[in-house]
Write a protein that binds this ligand. Sequence first.
Ligand SMILES: Nc1nc2c([nH]c(=O)n2[C@H]2C[C@H](O)[C@@H](COP(=O)(O)OP(=O)(O)OP(=O)(O)O)O2)c(=O)[nH]1
Length: 153
Amino acid sequence: MSADPHAPTNRVPVDVAVGVLVRRDAEGHEADFLLTSRPEGKVYAGYWEFPGGKLEAGETVEQALRRELQEELGITIGGSQPWQELVMEYPHAKVRLHFHKVFEWTGEFEMREQQSMAWERLPVSSMPVLPGTIPVLQWLAAERGFAEVTHRG
Ligand SMILES: Nc1nc2c([nH]c(=O)n2[C@H]2C[C@H](O)[C@@H](COP(=O)(O)OP(=O)(O)OP(=O)(O)O)O2)c(=O)[nH]1
């Protein structure tokens, strides 16, 4: 009998900090959000995701997020709000994704890893999106009362 590729494994997940940067509209409602493409040379290169990266030893999620967004996008975030958590099993890794919402940052966006960025709304037009990004679009859709398909591809 062959192994079920979807069965949970006993691998220890790697913690990843992910930022959902949200801009507000004129009424103060949450509006567009930032997606970035994964740089060449990484697994899932070219797939769209919310920016972030793995925690280093001793870091909190917010500290890791501040460091990663500075390194990758050249911005400095203010505070971040813990929002959702998700464990994903990929062939290359098992990750525990810690999603924080971020509403404040300073600095100009610079794509320091030659990635692309897009301010998006639902439905998202950037494609393809990373598997671990799809649940986030669904959470945003639930918060916003958006009942249609969230992304293409
Ligand atoms: N940044 C980010 N990573 C995600 C999302 N969804 C998802 O499954 N992941 C996965 C992909 C990767 O396996 C892992 C993030 O690791 P990474 O390789 O991008 O992190 P890093 O920048 O620290 O990479 P490196 O230094 O090891 O090259 O989390 C998401 O929305 N954003």
